[in-house]
Design a binder for this molecule. Structure first.
Ligand code: GLA
Length: 391
């Protein structure tokens, strides 16, 4: 990542100093350790913020104009805060505009700003570069405008931006962990109450490795929305069967599922089984981490992958291959696809002494079969969005 001084130099070359408040901010991507496709079913998730992030520099303006420059991709745009409508070209700018739109709708006053940002989160890899862009934009605009917006509200506002403005019906996980992640902790989120708890992940003997299959998540949006619909159908079914308030699949126990599963259409039954069993796995996994039982946690990751592959059907051959390959390596405790699926990354839990051998073997084998050089990133749980102090 370019150093901050260089970035300020680019900023100063591009924009005239307005003499108003300026600052530097960052927001990380995330990897989910367990709890996939459960957030929009009001269930449980356990992501961590990762070391890869977006840095944004900004200065307030005296008018309603927002000017943005992305030196990485050499693209720029400008728009007025009084005319926030989704763009058909330059769609990357919709993440920023959507956030500003939601800040306004929440009743906060905004002035314009000059902004630049750079990212080292790979795009389309399922590591939530979009959530990071939303969160860093929200933090930048809030701080420049001297607004006090709590991290949980920032996360919700960013999710609404993605749902309403960008048009992706994502859940709350990505924005939440990008805002609230902490160094050496996983974030256990209850997506029904939106309460969260930090679960220690401190033992240096166990490490998280992310393998990027480099398969772009092409089908992700349409299939994602279809899965959401299928979950709604299952929820409606249980609402009619059970005599109590059911809002989402989160409210169904495994025993209730077993009792009624035969009456559900086959595909819907499998989708529901994934979500209901995955919620159970997250809660069991949290308990395992609390006890420092990493090998039990790893086994749950493997079960999660099988369920995503067979029941939820959101994996792809390359992800399955990466997982199977990982599970053959020494020192590996667990491996699974992570994120929405259909490409992107796997997440692996490994003993630290075996990292180099793992990397070498996965790189060779994956290249041999697919012709693709995978990227492998080592990450510890990192801190969420923050202000970068100016020197
Ligand atoms: C995407 C969404 C998240 C979540 C995951 C699947 O990353 O943005 O809200 O639904 O897929 O677990």
């Amino acid at each position: 990542m370019q150093d901050l001084n260089k970035l300020w130099k680019i900023f100063n070359e591009r924009f005239t100093d307005t003499g108003l408040v300026k600052g530097a901010f960052s927001a990380p991507g995330r990897v989910n350790l367990i709890g996939e496709h459960t957030d929009y079913n009001e269930g449980f998730v356990l992501p961590i913020a990762i070391g890869k992030k977006i840095i944004m520099l900004g200065q307030l303006r005296n008018d309603r104009l927002v000017q943005v420059f992305d030196p990485g991709y050499k693209v720029k745009t400008k728009f007025s805060l009084d005319n926030l409508t989704p763009l058909k070209k330059d769609t990357w700018a919709n993440y920023l505009m959507g956030v500003m739109d939601e800040i306004k709708k929440a009743g906060y006053p905004l002035q314009g700003a000059n902004l630049i940002f750079i990212s080292n989160i790979p795009k389309g890899a399922g590591l939530s570069s979009s959530a990071a862009l939303e969160v860093v934009t929200a933090l930048t605009m809030a701080k420049l405008n001297l607004l006090e917006i709590k991290p949980v509200e920032v996360a919700r506002l960013c999710q609404r931006a993605e749902n309403n403005f960008v048009g992706v019906a994502c859940g709350i996980m990505d924005q939440y962990v990008s805002c609230l992640g902490q160094k050496n902790y996983t974030l256990f989120i209850d997506c029904k109450s939106n309460n969260y708890e930090l679960i220690p992940f401190k033992d240096p003997n166990y490490q998280v490795l992310i393998c990027n299959s480099k398969i772009q998540r092409g089908l992700a949006n349409s299939e994602y929305n279809r899965r959401r619909e299928e979950c709604k159908i299952a929820t409606e079914f249980f609402k009619h069967k059970l005599n109590r308030e059911i809002r989402a699949l989160r409210d169904i126990t495994i025993d209730e599922y077993k009792k009624y599963q035969a009456q559900l259409p086959e595909i819907i039954a499998r989708r529901a089984r994934h979500v209901i069993s995955e919620n159970y796995r997250v809660q069991t996994g949290v308990q395992a981490l609390r006890e420092g039982n990493f090998s039990a946690f790893g086994k749950l990751m493997v079960e999660s992958h099988r369920s995503l592959k067979n029941d939820y059907e959101v994996s792809c051959p390359e992800l399955d291959f990466l997982v199977n390959l990982a599970l053959k390596q020494e020192g590996i405790l667990g491996a699974r696809m992570t994120g929405a699926g259909f490409g992107g990354c796997t997440v692996n839990l490994i003993e630290k002494n075996y990292i180099d051998a793992f990397k070498k073997s996965i790189k060779n084998e994956y290249k041999k079969i697919t012709g693709i050089n995978p990227d492998i990133y080592l990450t510890r749980p990192a801190k969420g969005a923050k202000v970068i102090e100016l020197r």
